[in-house]
Ligand binder design. Structure first.
Ligand code: NAD
Length: 484
């Protein structure tokens, strides 16, 4: 395969591009090979202030462009994503590690998000409330909040960032985007294609560098009105507190530890095969990854061998190689995290049914792993693994399964497999989570709400609810008769 060139990684402020020359920078690493792909420059404290100033100046123009006009630019961007999908996907695989087919799916999903937000931005309606007095008109309008800080993770570097950028721009806001430092190619794609699509300078500024300095400086700035963050629970709690201190709006898309209830009325082997593919997508580095598998007694002995068999058949390798079904983990820290969780499981008597070790010494590969445990005491049942590990446990009654599923502070995704409508409805009603998917993986579409409760955060990305995070509500009451 002939690879397209990996893009230059730049800071972009008000249309000015700043490369890694003559300033601190860090290496961007290919997690499959350890090769250095590019240098990433770090922003200075002074440049952060310029970033806000250019973003605010751009906002004053952008908010007054018509919704149709803004939509046109975003739709062009979606076309360009589809036009360039092969080269974008190759670079995404190179810095993130996921198989090329998954990277291509992510590019297509990002284009879909762009299109949907472009259209939905044309439907930001107000309303008229019937007045109590003759001659009075009561009007509710929605106004863009202003400059938004968007911080995105590395697991879906393109689609997670696009959700924020598309939503903010379609609502009439401007965006300062800090992507994850591990996976910058997608962020450059967003900036380059939006520029080509006609987005005015300053509407999207791109920053790299010291995350803490960036969030602390920007959230304290009076012209930054909102933060949208996707990432881990600890960082999310820190940023939510920071946003609260400065009374900034916040959308928090944080971690999860999705329970999966497999009832004994299903075809246990077929469900195991489906779950294996869902679990190992993106090497399990998915916030809504099915993770804690609670399997009912009578299905357990058919489910387990089928799951082990499916995990052992997964072809692990460089995401650019044909046939690869699972790539490396995104960075060395993830391998260390898997090793820590497996050591804890072994020490506490859990059974590692397959996997349980890294693969090779080059890159950050870890084997698809299944751990069996009788209860929820091991760390794997408490902490989000964010890697290719499934942890499986038996249950007898639905009440026991639901209590264990609801036993953690997370509340993002949850899954149920059953052929009983009654059980499906009961589980959907009682699972404490922002999203429930029954008998398939039906989450994360542009038109459907996506978000968690409890420690998994608040606010929604996707679905008509997502615009609420980028709009202020204004009420205007007008008496048409002159005051005498
Ligand atoms: P992370 O919290 O370590 O980092 C996320 C982003 O925040 C990165 O861009 C990072 O550079 C930045 N960051 C870190 N500290 C910061 C600070 N003090 N100020 C500003 N920015 C800071 O998470 P990660 O390891 O990149 O991603 C994995 C986590 O993200 C998992 O917990 C996963 O479940 C979660 N996630 C959630 C969703 C969702 O929609 N709910 C989606 C994807 C990932």
């Amino acid at each position: 395969m002939t690879l397209t060139a990996y893009p230059s990684i730049e800071i972009i402020i008000g249309g000015r591009r700043i490369g890694p020359q003559n300033r601190p920078s860090r290496d961007v690493i290919n997690p499959a090979t350890g090769a250095v792909l590019a240098q990433q420059p770090a922003v200075t404290a002074e440049e952060l202030i310029t970033a806000v100033e250019t973003s605010q100046a751009a906002f004053l123009q952008w908010k007054d462009r018509s919704a149709l006009d803004r939509s046109g630019i975003l739709r062009r961007m979606a076309e360009y994503l589809r036009r360039d999908e092969q080269s974008i996907a190759q670079n995404l695989t190179q810095d993130m590690g996921k198989p090329l087919a998954e990277a291509l799916a992510e590019v297509r999903s990002a284009a879909d998000y762009m299109d949907w937000h472009a259209e939905e931005g044309r439907r930001v309606y107000g309303r008229i409330i019937p007045a109590r007095l003759a001659g009075v008109q009561q009007v509710v309008t929605r106004e863009p909040v202003g400059v938004c800080l968007a911080i995105a993770p590395w697991n879906f570097p393109l689609s997670q960032s696009i959700r924020k950028v598309a939503n903010a721009l379609a609502a009439g806001c401007t965006v300062i985007l800090k992507g994850a430092s591990e996976t910058p190619s997608s962020i450059m794609v967003i900036a380059n294609l939006l520029e080509e699509a006609g987005l005015p300078a300053g509407c999207l500024n791109i920053l790299w560098g010291d995350s803490a300095m960036i969030s602390e400086t920007l959230l304290a700035h009076p012209d930054v009105k909102k933060i949208s963050f996707t990432g881990s629970v600890p960082v999310g709690k820190h940023l939510a507190a920071l946003a609260g201190r400065h009374m900034k709006r916040a959308t928090m898309e944080l971690g999860g530890h999705a329970p999966v209830l497999v009832f004994d009325d299903v075809d246990a082997e077929a469900v195991a095969r489906t779950l294996a593919l869902g679990k190992l997508r993106n090497a399990g580095q998915v916030c809504i990854s099915p993770t804690r598998f609670y399997v009912q007694d009578k299905a357990y002995d058919r489910f387990m061998p089928a799951l082990v068999d499916a995990f052992e058949k997964i072809k692990v390798g460089n995401g650019l190689d044909a046939g690869t079904q699972m790539g490396p983990l995104c960075h060395a820290g993830r391998v260390a995290a898997m090793e820590g969780l497996i050591a804890d499981a072994r020490q506490n008597g859990a059974n590692v049914a397959t996997g349980g070790q890294r693969i090779g010494n080059e890159g950050f590969f870890y084997a698809p792993t299944i751990v069996e445990t009788p209860d929820d005491r091991i760390a794997l049942m408490q902490e989000e693994p964010f890697g290719p590990i499934a942890v499986v446990s038996r249950f007898s009654t639905p009440e026991q399964a639901l209590a264990r599923a609801n036993g953690l502070p997370f509340g993002l995704a949850s899954y149920v497999f059953t052929n009983s409508l009654e059980r499906a409805d009961m589980a959907a009603a009682q699972l404490q989570a922002g999203m429930v998917s029954i008998n398939h993986f039906g989450l994360a579409l542009a038109e459907t709400p996506f978000g968690g409760i409890n420690d998994s955060g608040y606010g929604s990305e996707g679905g008509m609810e997502s615009f609420d995070g980028y709009l202020n509500t204004k009420f205007v009451s007008r008496q048409s008769r002159p005051v005498r």
